[in-house]
Design a protein around this ligand. Structure first.
Ligand code: EPS
Length: 382
């Protein structure tokens, strides 16, 4: 399975092409749209999200809600295009000047992208923008729907934003709160502190990052492989997570903390129940050993840096005069951590679905379901 996205933040639309989906997968457009709308939300979002009403348009590969096995083509319209047509048109008569950016923002792709492609910053930021994640949510959500058919569930919560870390014990009650929480946290008191911190950041022209956690439940052991470096599932998940705008770190299970403990305090003892097969007594590995799922939930955390556009900007250089100036201010979000959680859930779904389709033959959903069920039975009987 593979996919590509295209599209600029203020171009006419975002485009995605997905190839390799089994035939006969039911694709619910309302489910994709719901994920797209979730991605737009969150207390720290900026002005752009008031303009957009993201919805997917499926233009190929699906009939009567069912995939045909042909490539699936997707579009998400940029409503803001109406305000940018003269600046972003592919036609010859384009307005190069009015939205020209000459003061690159530290932390963004602006400066290096402009040097690398010998182009003005506008061209760089248009594609580097996290607007592109709308299409990745749409694509990933199809994978998520495929996984749901196989009983595999993905969920996520926000662990921390800036310096505030709400309480978390991974209880059912907390997960219920996450589902209705604007910050996607499980603790009401912590949520209050997040709102206070956001107001303070807004007042002082700051932006905020955070830590996000994704869990994948009901996975069979044996997705991914230890036999070759580029088949290790943790490596693939890490690449996918770090490819999301603003992600700076990824960790599985205990993550960096494992490095500070003795081996006996890290590794998960193995147990056996007749009729259920092998299991682990703990899950410090985060569900992956030797580049393979071990049957426990995959648990990963990602660190998101604060968004680079600052309303009290840092020093930079005017690329035309080479003078020291303040970085340019593009309309932006103060905090997009809850939105990024939606992106990560769907990006992780893609990688897991990919690993499922690498292990199991799947020209059709029927075939895929049968082989996955057989394999789950095999694991239980060992
Ligand atoms: C985004 C749309 C963008 C930004 C944001 C993410 O829209 P605009 O540039 O018109 O405001 O709000 O992107 C960034 C913060 C960034 O640095 O790239 C979106 O749809 O998520």
């Amino acid at each position: 399975m593979r996919y590509l996205t295209a599209g600029e933040s203020h171009g006419p639309k975002l485009t995605g092409i997905v190839e390799g989906l089994p035939a006969g997968l039911t694709i619910s457009k309302p489910e994709i749209d719901q994920a797209l709308q979730e991605r737009q939300k969150g207390p720290g979002r900026g002005g752009r999200m008031k303009i957009e009403q993201d919805q997917v348009l499926i233009t190929a590969g699906v009939r009567g809600e069912l995939t045909t096995g042909a490539p699936v083509a997707l579009e998400v319209i940029n409503r803001d295009w109406a305000n940018w047509e003269k600046v972003m048109t592919p036609e010859k008569e384009v307005d190069w000047e009015s939205k020209k950016v000459i003061a690159p923002r530290p932390g963004h792709a602006d400066l290096t992208g402009s040097l690398k492609y010998h182009t003005e910053i506008r061209n760089v930021l248009e594609r580097a923008s996290a607007r592109e994640t709308a299409m990745r949510v749409a694509v990933g959500n199809i994978a998520r729907q495929l996984l749901k058919n196989l009983g595999i569930q993905i969920r996520g919560h926000v662990v921390a934003v800036g310096a505030v870390k709400p309480q978390w014990g991974n209880t059912d009650q907390e997960w219920e709160r996450v589902a209705v929480s604007e910050w996607k946290v499980g603790d009401q008191e912590g949520e209050k502190r997040l709102f206070e911190q956001l107001e303070e950041a807004k007042r002082s022209g700051e932006s905020l990052g955070g830590i996000l956690e994704i869990q994948v439940l009901n996975l069979p052991a044996g997705l991914g492989s230890y036999v070759q470096w580029d088949r290790k599932l943790d490596g693939k998940l890490a690449q996918a997570v770090l490819s999301v705008q603003a992600m700076k770190g990824v960790a599985f299970g205990l993550g960096f903390e494992a490095a500070q403990r003795f081996g006996s305090e890290v590794h998960d003892p193995i147990a056996y129940n007749a009729g259920e097969g092998y299991r682990r007594i703990s899950n410090n590995a985060g569900g992956i050993e030797g580049g393979m799922t071990n049957g426990e939930p995959v648990v990963l955390q990602a660190a998101m840096k604060p968004i680079p556009t600052l309303y009290h900007p840092l020093q930079t250089i005017n690329m035309e005069t080479k003078e020291e100036v303040k970085a340019s201010i593009e309309r932006s979000d103060v905090c997009a951590v809850p939105a990024a959680l939606v992106v990560l859930e769907n990006v992780v779904a893609w990688e897991i679905a990919q690993a499922v389709l690498e292990k199991f033959p799947g020209d059709t959903m029927q075939e895929l379901k049968r082989v996955v069920d057989d394999y789950r039975e095999y694991l239980k009987s060992q």
